[in-house]
Ligand binder design. Sequence first.
Ligand code: ZN
Length: 463
Amino acid sequence: MKYDLLIESVKIVCGDSLVSGDIGVKDGRIAMIGLLSPDTSADLKIDGRGLIALPGLIDSHVHFRDPGLTHKEDFESGSMSAAAGGVTSVFDMPNTVPTVTDVARLKDKIHAVSTKSYVDFGLYGGASEANLGEINALSKAGVIGFKTYMVGPSAQNSPEYEGIVSVNGVGLLKTMEATSKTGLVHAVHAEDGELVSFFSEMLKAMGRLDPAAHYDSRLNMVEALAVERAIAFAERTGVRLHLVHVSTKEALECVRSAKTRGVRVTCETCPQYLLLTNKDLERFGAYAKFNPPPRGEQDVSSLVAGLKDGGVDILVTDHAPHTRDEKEAGRTSIWDAPSGTPGVETRLPIVLTMAQAWGLNYTDIARLCSRSVAKIFGLGSRKGSLLVGFDADIVLIDPYAEYTLKASELHTKAWETFLFDGMKVRGRVMYTVLRGSVIYQHGVGFTSKPAGSFIPGPMFMGL
Ligand SMILES: [Zn+2]
């Protein structure tokens, strides 16, 4: 057999083990993992000596801002950033302009972004009481899951939040009743919107404009109470609840106890909750303003423990870019800056660098950043693992390369707002392979035109 691509003599993260051998790729899929004779022919051979092959990373939590907010990011810049970070699939959130709340908007978004994406992409549908009648049709049109915000935007008249916020408990319960019937994952941003409004108004009335006021408006209980409510509703409706960016010890304990009771709940955290604490809000100001805010040391330790023991299911990024000017507006008043920070490109070098401190090995990294993401979203027989028959989505890393993360080298439009500029890291993405084609190579750059495809969700019936 002649392969399209052959990666020779590489260490391969294969399920829960690390094996040495070759990877043969044919027609976009992994055709062989094992030892081949050196004269096996292939259109392209990559010498994998010294490298490690991981399943291409999946980022189930990105905001590529396309359509409508493309001054912050677009699908081209966002997906380039993904590819350079070893990410081969992204799931984009529905808070674009317009929001993705019905099938026509979903189709328009697919149309708008599909020629621009360097990586495969799934799209969330927004869900709230405002579009209950659209939920079923959205699932059949191929959304990867649903997303609801339990807290509204801080700025008035934010069109990117239209129809996807449910501060009201009954509204969220009705929404989950609708999404539970689809069988898809329902991702929830769990912060109590009423409490956030109450604390924010109180702090503003006191004249607080400093960065720490952001933290004080969203204390641990703001997240924990919302998580408890979302879990109670999941228990009642049977929905497959996924809690995005869990940041507190209290919230994680709720998730752990729900899992013990058999509730269908999963959760994620992100590098910014593991590397930063609320003290960094003082240091970085609005650049470290994201929701929920960075927490305390105890929260960090609890999340780190969860990565290893499964309490935290996946490690993704909540890549949420804004321009420098937008962030600078927070210099006089923290309330005036938007929330969010970019990260899709740097998850892998950060987790490789922190692996020892966080107690993770390569198979844990593959599980947290790829395999479990695919499984949660119903793609576990096609993506997220290096196994014969799976999509040949592969990232080759040099585990010993030491270098410094530089904001100016990132591909996101929001590179100037990057929080980890200057961080010394160990572990570099050398090649990113999407369905058998090298799309990015270190030192060379992007080696093809955008060739990412829409990933229909598991309930897709055709557009
Ligand atoms: Zn987000």
